[in-house]
Design a protein around this ligand. Structure first.
Ligand code: ROI
Length: 162
């Protein structure tokens, strides 16, 4: 099994329910176990500011799905939840991104691993560190050394799991 981390983000059409529906879908994936979920966080939009604030969370999976099979499943779930591409970095019902897939480093047209913006995003790094404070990124950096500069940029709202 490979440990991977999925970033969840939503800011339209009852974002909390969108996140819960997506977590349910992750739990139903074949060859996959949902092994941890961060708290739910509120964040200011990165990108255009004339859109609602976001809810964010990160889920940890143990899976034997290949990266592109996992990506296909996540994109199908985004469509099932009515995601439409309105504008670049704009509002959405749900966004499901593979943040890390084990230690895999991959640059391809469809998929970049680790997610190439993860090091800049409080709404990815802080929930990730909550789930696994010992995490070492594929480039050898410990997550705990990166997160302090992002403290205070995110509001922890509630527990979603256990
Ligand atoms: N901003 C926040 N706060 N949270 C997100 O999940 C998010 N996702 C995105 C963009 C539009 C870049 N901004 C975001 O894809």
């Amino acid at each position: 099994m490979i440990t991977c981390y999925i970033g969840l983000g939503a800011n339209l059409n009852n974002p909390e329910q969108q996140i819960l529906d997506a977590l349910n879908a992750l739990q139903q994936l074949p060859q996959t176990e949902l092994t941890a979920v961060s708290s739910l966080y509120g964040s200011k939009p990165l990108g255009p500011q004339d859109q609602p604030d976001y809810l964010n969370a990160v889920a940890q999976l143990a899976t034997t799905l290949e990266p592109l099979a996992l990506l296909d499943a996540l994109q199908a779930q985004e469509l099932a939840q009515g995601r439409e591409r309105k504008r670049h970095w704009g509002e959405r019902n749900i966004d499901l991104d593979i943040i890390l897939y084990g230690d895999l480093q991959l640059r391809s047209e469809r998929l970049n691993l680790p997610h190439h913006e993860m090091h800049k995003r409080s709404f990815v790094l802080l929930p990730l560190a909550e789930i696994n404070p010992q995490l070492v990124l594929p480039d050898g950096r410990a997550i705990a050394t990166i997160t302090p500069e992002f403290d205070g940029q995110l509001h922890r709202l509630k527990r979603l799991w256990h």
